[in-house]
Design a protein around this ligand. Structure first.
Ligand code: CUA
Length: 365
């Protein structure tokens, strides 16, 4: 049934775990709306003809409704709207809540291309490689204006905002190549801001990641996996440099080592460690040890969980994010730190776990 509707409405293929549910809600709403529209238009036509004015003295009698009809008229729409709401709310919560075992990928939108950074180290432009059957959480930000990461086949769309992190997640259900579009008007080449998600089997993905761990490899040097061989039969696309104003094609670049290792270097270079310790002692700022996921009470009285969004916000706009008991002395790093550096710092902070906490985690609550 779902498939029949999809073909009638010319919707893109469904390649993620939530795609079917998103579409089902869409079909339910469209079907109800069509039934109601037919009923309203049909009855209107019938009444226009049936009760038309036949003579000068023809006066419509005063109509008295009964309570039964009124309950029906209010009850049916209310029930329908509530049903839409609950199905929509249920799906929305699911779409907003990445599973805890999801793998992370940092995504940066830039006029006019998408850049992907894996915590294991590699950077890519234009192509995001993911394993099939594993949830992937994307942490999105922008280097310039607002972009929106849109994968029609996955039915996900999420804004990427400069100086902040937003997140979305998906789980691909079948191997293949899926188009990413930018869904927020962002300048001259907005309509060309494309990328691709290439979903590989877990084995192919692991093999690819192993290859990348040995150091940045350009697409042409890499041993092609099965989908890549297939892809290479298609017309050749040009590889591009990051700074080239050309959004298509895949480029692998970046430094050796993991993102967290890079974060450790950034922390030293940018002077973060002059105020923040990594051993649990409080200094000018809160310690980074066990910071990730911690509940912090802010000077403003608000309580926050130190997740990626908070950590980023506290670097970009620290005056608003001061933890209770600390002086508001941290300078703002908005426009100073690059998105990749922020991602590296966040990954580094995530690795700073005390032995005690690790024990609790591995043994469960
Ligand atoms: Cu980026 Cu439109």
């Amino acid at each position: 049934m779902n498939e029949v509707f999809r073909r009638i409405l010319f919707l893109p293929e469904q390649a993620s775990t939530i795609a079917k549910d998103v579409d089902s809600l869409h079909y339910v709403i469209i079907t109800t709306a069509m039934v109601v529209a037919t009923l309203v238009l049909g009855l209107s036509a019938y009444f226009i003809i049936r009760f038309r004015r036949r003579s000068e003295t023809d006066v419509t009698p005063k109509i008295q409704t009964t309570l039964g009809w009124e309950v029906l008229f209010v009850g049916v729409p209310l029930t329908t709207f509530l049903a839409w709401f609950f199905i929509g709310f249920h799906d929305f919560i699911r779409m907003q809540t990445p599973p805890p075992d999801a793998m992370d990928v940092y995504v940066v939108g830039k006029q006019w291309m998408w850049q992907f950074t894996y915590p294991e180290g590699p950077n890519a432009i234009g192509v995001l490689r993911v394993p099939v059957g594993r949830p992937v959480r994307l942490l999105l930000t922008s280097r310039d204006v607002i972009h929106s990461f849109y994968v029609p086949a996955f039915r996900i769309k999420q804004d990427a905002l400069p100086g902040a992190y937003t997140q979305t997640w998906f789980e691909v259900t079948k191997p293949g190549s899926y188009r990413v579009m930018c869904a927020e008007f962002c300048g001259l080449k907005h309509s060309e801001m494309w990328a691709e998600v290439v979903a590989l089997s877990p084995e192919d993905y692991e093999a690819w990641m192993q290859e990348q761990r040995r150091g940045p490899v350009s697409r042409r040097d890499a041993t092609p996996s099965a989908p890549e061989r297939e892809e290479s039969q298609k017309p050749a696309r040009q590889a591009v440099r990051y700074d080239a104003q050309e959004p298509h094609g895949e480029v692998m670049y970046g430094e050796r080592g993991t993102l967290a290792a890079r974060g450790e270097r950034v922390a030293a270079e940018r002077g973060c460690l002059k105020c923040h310790t990594v051993d649990g002692t409080a200094h000018i700022g809160p310690t980074w040890l066990d910071l990730y996921g911690r509940r912090e009470r802010l000077a403003s009285g608000e309580t926050v969980v130190a997740d990626e969004a908070y950590l980023t916000e506290s670097m970009m706009n620290p005056r608003e994010q001061v933890v209770a008991g600390f002086e508001p002395v941290m300078p703002a790093f908005l426009g100073v730190l690059e998105a990749a550096e922020v991602a590296a710092l966040v990954e580094y902070i995530k690795t700073l776990r005390s032995a005690r906490l690790e024990t609790i985690r591995s043994e469960g609550p």
